[in-house]
Design a protein around this ligand. Structure first.
Ligand SMILES: *Cc1c(COP(=O)(O)O)cnc(C)c1O
Length: 397
């Protein structure tokens, strides 16, 4: 019999830190050490840890009803769907429990809409190298990174990968089997890479010309993270399908797939479902999250703090020979260095700052969108000092 750590599958490379409490932008470990949180559980705690309005909504819902089967009408789902329809360019919602499930639903809807509603046999989905779309068999196949696929073959067919921001490669990939193009407007896991304007134009015109569905994976970029409720708003796009999860319910597990009204019959009764999708508790957390974001103008705040942060980092790191680039949108920021950044992550943790990577050479910052300005600046300065101290040790000298 195994116990403790040994009783867990070793599928995660975990940091040796045991966090037990969180409030706002601070978290504490078992020994009581305090950390400033620049990762928010990977873009989940967008309102910070245990935000008061969401906590209140959860407590209230816990006293009333936890779970009800989707065989019944669920008022919370209807209210939440209405809010999402108002905030987005979509009209309909399906609720699930994670990002992978939201993308899985999007892939199924794209295929089924072409097959059952339009009556054609288009099924191929074009996705992009360095993308990340999840860990189910279909979504890891959609993901444009080999490392998530190793050992899992045979993989489902029907996915085509091309280089991100490569207009010619994208045009060449479209054929009479293509059903949809699926993309992140800013690739999160893949290195904080934004789509270029000509690329987005090409995506839009190919979709219009060939009747392809545009699927925006907003699982990391959505819910205010990039400075608008959804990142596509800043790229002049109006996707047909939008997938959400991470920040949607402030840390309560929830995913959603949104779609335009014309897709309605693509998911007729009985065609898709989830036992836990859209429980009253998850809906209460998501409603309180979105209402708070709107009421307090959180996405706009994220835009301002993000722009300030990028400027501050560029200034502090200017002249540092190990720097490639500081880039980002809102509070999704990448610092690309010429060398692996794992050691900086470790030294930041020792100094009481939690950051993560996006690929080997990119530090990724995802603070709560509500982070106090003073904490944001203090953390950025500490991180810049940690990065440049490498130079003093002679690594780039
Ligand atoms: C995290 C993420 C996913 C997968 O979400 P899970 O909840 O881990 O299944 C999919 N797409 C993007 C862009 C993500 O960042």
């Amino acid at each position: 019999m195994t116990t403790g750590k040994e009783a867990l599958f070793p599928n995660y490379g975990r940091f040796p830190i045991r966090l037990v409490k969180g409030k706002g932008s601070r978290v504490w470990d078992e020994a009581g050490k305090e950390y400033l949180d620049f990762m928010s559980g990977i873009a989940v705690a967008n309102l910070g840890h245990a935000p008061e309005p969401v906590l209140e909504a959860l407590k209230k819902q816990l006293d009333e009803l936890w779970h009800v089967s989707n065989l019944f009408e669920i008022p919370g789902q209807e209210k939440l769907a209405g809010i999402l329809a108002r905030l987005s360019c979509a009209d309909l919602a399906f609720f699930c429990n994670s990002g992978a499930e939201a993308n899985e639903a999007a892939i199924k809807l794209a295929r089924r809409y072409h097959r059952k509603v339009l009556g054609n046999d288009r099924y191929e989905i074009i996705t992009f190298n360095k993308s990340f779309h999840g860990r189910t068999l279909a979504t890891l196949t959609a993901t444009g990174q080999d490392k998530v696929k190793e050992g899992f073959d045979p993989l489902p067919t029907g996915f085509v990968h091309v280089d991100y921001n490569d207009v010619d490669a994208l045009k060449a990939a479209v054929n009479d089997k293509t059903a949809a193009i699926m993309l992140e407007f800013v690739q999160g896991e893949g290195g904080v890479n934004g789509a270029t304007a000509p690329f987005v134009e090409a995506v839009k015109s190919l979709c219009a010309e060939h009747g392809l569905l545009l699927i925006a994976d907003e699982i990391q970029t959505g819910i205010g993270r990039t400075g608008t409720f959804f990142s596509y708003e800043q790229f002049g796009a109006r996707p047909d399908i939008i997938t959400l999860a991470k920040g949607l319910a402030s840390g309560f597990p929830m995913g959603a797939m949104l779609g335009k009204a014309f897709l309605r019959d693509g998911l007729s009764a009985g065609s898709h479902g989830s036992t836990f999708g859209g429980t009253p508790i998850a809906c209460a957390a998501a409603i309180a999250t979105l209402e708070t974001m709107e009421k307090e103008g959180i996405p706009t705040r994220a835009k301002r703090l993000g722009e300030q942060g990028v400027a501050r980092l560029r200034e502090k790191l200017s002249g540092y020979p190990g720097l490639v680039e500081v880039r980002g949108l809102g509070l999704l920021i990448g610092i690309e260095l010429k060398e692996p950044v794992a050691d900086i992550v470790k030294r930041a943790q020792e100094a009481g700052l939690l950051v993560i990577t996006a690929g080997p050479n990119v530090l990724r910052l995802l603070p709560a969108l509500t982070i106090p300005e003073e904490d944001w600046n203090r953390g950025l300065d500490a991180l810049a000092a940690l990065i440049t101290s490498d130079a003093k040790n002679g690594i780039y000298a």
